[in-house]
Each structure stands twice: as structure tokens, then as C-alpha cells.
Ligand binder design. Sequence first.
Ligand code: SF4
Length: 158
Amino acid sequence: MGITKSSARADTLCMNTVAVGVFSLTLLTGAVIVGAVAIGLAAPLYALVYLAVAALLVGTVIAVFCTKCPLRGEKCLHVLPGRLAALLPARQGKYTAVEIAVVVVALLLILAIPQYWLLSQVPLFALFWVLAGTGVFLINRRVCPVCGNRCCPLRPKE
Ligand code: SF4
């Protein structure tokens, strides 16, 4: 009975973490869309280019980072990246410095590219950073501490 109760509690905790994982990813996607809107108001074609580049960069992160994650596939706490990573060959081992650098640069580029256009549109600038900041905060506080990817450099030290 005790085991059943504790395993039910673990299931609930996992479901809550997945809900936060999906919600935080949705907020980050919202930030990218707000960035695209800001670009699109000035240059619609550039907005499409930004969305395509962001999709390519997200794909790079999935190929470089998620394919080494033990949660790729059904167990991914953000759902979609893990499912997409499962379509690629699984990889093993710790992340190399180059892999970490590629992931950091890819994520920073997604955030940085729309800033030029956002800076001249204060409400969209504020919305972008509220969405992106809340998404990153939730991942850092609610997802990273219970994530099973022991090789992740963002994982809190045990
Ligand atoms: S939990 Fe693993 S598979 Fe899911 S997004 Fe994070 S690194 Fe990628």
C-alpha cells in the first residue's frame, strides 16, 4: 500500500513536471512568435526567415542535446523535443564542450535575432522578455531539479 501511495505520488509529481515542461516550452514558443511579429511589422519576409532559422536552430539543439538525453522519447519532460529526438539515432556519453557551445549559441541566437526590431517596439519587447524569462525561470526551478539527464550541465549538483 505504502509503495502504491509513493508510486502514485511520484506519478503525480512527474505529471506536474511534464505540465510545467510543456507550459514553459509554450511560453518560449510564444516569445519566438512575438519576436517574429515585431520583425514582421517592419519586414514580413525577414519574419519568415527568422521563424525558419529558429526552427533550424531548435532542430540543431534537439540533434545535439536531446539525442544524448536518457529521457528522449516518451519520457521527455517537455514532450515534443524528446519525441523528435527519438526519430534520430540515439547517442551516448557526456556532452562535449563543442556540443554545449553549439547549444548555447543556438539558443542565444534565437533570443538575440529579434532584439533589433523589438527595441523599437517597447510593448512587444516587454512581452517577449516576460514570456522568455518566465519560460526559462520555470524550466530552471521546476524541470531541471527533477530531470533525469545526469549529463546536463544545468543539472543542480547533488
Ligand atoms: S528532457 Fe531530454 S529529451 Fe526532453 S527536452 Fe530535455 S534534454 Fe531534450
